[in-house]
Structures are given as C-alpha cells and as structure tokens.
Design a protein around this ligand. Sequence first.
Ligand code: SAM
Ligand code: SF4
Length: 448
Amino acid sequence: MKAYIETFGCQMNESDSERILYLLENMGYSKTSDISDSDIIILNTCTVREKAKNRLYGHIGNLKKLKDEKKDVLICVGGCASQDLKEKIIDDFPFVDIVFGTMNIPELPKLIEKRISTGKRICSIKEEGFDYNIFNVSRACKFKALIPITIGCDNYCSYCIVPFVRGREKSIEPEKIIKNIRELAGEGVLEITLLGQNVNSYGKNLDKPCTFSELLEKISEIENIKRIRFMTSHPKDFSDELINVIREKDNIVKHIHLPLQAGSDKILKEMNRGYTREDYLNIVENIRNIIPECSITTDIIVGFPGEERKDFLDTLDMIERVRFNRAFTFIYSPRAGTKAAELEDRIQPAEKRKWFKELLEVQNRISYGENKKLANKKFEVLVEGKSTKGNNMLEGRMENNEIVNFKGDKKLIGSIVPVTITEARSFYLMGELSNEKSAREKLVIGAD
Ligand code: SAM
Ligand code: SF4
C-alpha cells in the first residue's frame, strides 16, 4: 500500500508530515511521490493567509477526478486549514474521506480503520490536548532533523490565526528533547532545527523551569551535532543571555530569524507584538556588538488595517537601518476570528501591492549587497542535494542560511565541505569547492 503526502506551509507542518508518515508506515504503507499510484492521499494544510486556503480548495477539487477513477483511494485532509474549517471541508468536498485536526494526528490510524470498516466519512477535530510521542517520525532527510520544542502559541498577535488552530503553547520537557537529539546524533544527523512559534518563551510552563538559552546550551554539548538552528525568535522575549550562548557555542549557527512584522510603533501596538521599534533596534545592536558575523532575517507584513504611508515608511526605514540578510514579506490577509479582522481597513489593495513592490525592491537591493560581501571568502557548507543550476552542480546551505551552488560529486551530499564564494546573486550564491579542511570565516554583516 502506498501513501502520498503533500505538505503546505511552514516547517511545523513539514515536521507533522514526518509524524504522519511514521504512523502510516507502521500500518504497512510505504511513501510514494506518484499520486496516481497511491492508496492514501494526505494533504497537510496551511491557513495562515487566505491565499493558502484558496489554493487548497483548488487542490482538493483536483482530486475528484482521481477519486472517480480509483474509488478505493482514501483522501484525507489534515493540518491548520482542517482545524479552522472542520466539517466545511467534508460538506464542500463529498469525495474527501477523512478530515483531521492538528491535534488529532496520533488518532489517524484509528480514523483510517474506522473509515474502511464503517464506510462512513469522518471529521475529527480536537480543540486542545497533546499526549503522544512527538519524536516518533519518519525523517524526510538523513542528515537534517526538525525538532519541535514547543507546540501551539499563546501570543495572539492580532492578525494571526495560529493560536486558534494550534492550541495553547506547550513546551516539551528538556530531557526528552536531549535524549532524542542524542539518538539523532548516533544516526548521523548533522543539523537540527529546533521549532516553536516563539522559541524564546520556551519552558515557561514546565514543572522544572528551563529557559531556551539553558536548553540550547545543553543541546550544544551533544557530540557530533554540527549545526543547531532554531526558529522562530520573538523579539518580545529575546534575551541577551541567548546572544551570549549563540556566540560561545561553535555548533549554534550564527543566524537569527527575528520577525519584525512592522516598523511603526502604532502598527506594532495594533498587532499586539509587545515591543517597539526601539526595543527591536536595541536587540539588533546587541546582536551586532556581540556576534558581528551573525545574519539576521525577518518577516514583514504590509498593509495591516490602519497602516498609513508614514507607517509603511517607518518599515522601510527599519529595513535600511537593520540591513536584514533576507526578509519574508507578506501582504496582510484578514483571518476570520482574529482581532485584526474586525478592524477597519481603508487602504486599497492596489496601494498595498505598490508598497509591497517597493518593499521588495529595497530588500532585494540589501540582500544582494549583503551577499556581495561574502565574495572570495570561504565558508562551511552543508551539501543538501543536486542543484538545478547545471549538470554536476550541487546545492548547499551556509551557516547563515544562504544557498550556495557549486560543482561537485554527488557523493558529497550529506557532508559539510569548504566552499569559496565566487559570485553573489540576489537570491543565492555561486561558489567553488575548496580543498582546505577548515572553512570557518567570520562574515561581517551590517551597514557598509
Ligand atoms: N511565530 C512566528 C512569529 O511570530 O514570527 C510566525 C509564524 S507565521 C506562520 C509566519 C509569518 O506569517 C508571520 O511572521 C507573519 O509575518 C505572517 N503572517 C501571519 N499571519 C498573517 C496574516 N494574517 N497576513 C499576512 N501575513 C501573516
Ligand atoms: Fe502568530 Fe504571533 Fe504566535 Fe507567531 S507569535 S504564531 S505571529 S500569534
């Protein structure tokens, strides 16, 4: 029996798909990338923006033909959109067999058996609760692993649907995380990414207190883990202690994803972000003073209700001041049930698109400028796979999370190699494999 899993959205969803595959493999399914050859199709969905939801509707609709041709194939829709839309998916798509929520993953085998034995279509959505081994996964990659350290979110940023579809924030006990990472190190995993909607608030509801910095310090002691990534950092809970731990430990990457969202204090307040532009700039200054080579990336939302031209200019000003290595930019999308969805929004969509384009132009110029500073320097690169940039080309990731393309043998995939940067492009780098053993070099990032 073959299982086809398609994942939409963030790394948390990718991690959930690894959990779903683990359960399906235990039921006797094996993974396939050919949907027409599958006996079960799982769509693991996203609903963070309306566009994601609309695309999903198109996607589910396309499965009707397949179901008509192959009556026994099971179509299951899980993830954040299921948690949000619940029975609506069952009502709108009569050929969908199972709809399951973000907290119902462990039940999936039972739901599948029930669907087969009773013939009844099922919608199972739990609103709270988490009582399963989060580390039971079938990893998509042999040398990289995603590790949730918190699930859910308590921050209630006014635009965001995540707290409503992922439940309350809960930290996984440090002992369990450490045990899991030790096992991964034994299996040859080189890079781990610790996941949480706000990793900086890690531990606040644990019986035995443990801060994120303390957790990171413990993880960094585990032998053979070469790279420790983490995301997402929330500026309101970001500590100086954390910056020091990142600096001290060689295997913690010098890259911080620190979503700004907006550069105007008025909008930050309306967004319920819990920091001001000055607070944000102070964090950046501390990072730059303590770890000059650290790259900083961010998320920005354009066109939040009530945002005026002058607020948007504050965002551009922050982008110029911080000189982010990269920014993930979004046009505000109202989400039903969130506080911001009730606010009056007078800015025309065309105006928002204009601002968005302006923002992209500024950020692309800065990203390119920051990438150019890396030229002729040598860095350690984790080779992730073949590159689409040409024959015999490989693609790898630098510590600062930038992608480098270079010529090399595919047997290097899964190892860390030294690469000299030969050319900067806006969205990636070109490089040359270097023969020398150590490639660690300090990159100087910041205003020219
Ligand atoms: N927990 C992370 C944080 O606080 O930065 C982010 C999680 S969210 C899945 C990823 C990004 O989507 C956010 O940082 C935000 O920029 C964007 N986002 C969330 N809700 C949005 C909305 N309603 N409209 C547009 N972008 C949104
Ligand atoms: Fe959404 Fe804010 Fe939570 Fe991030 S911290 S998931 S943006 S509510």
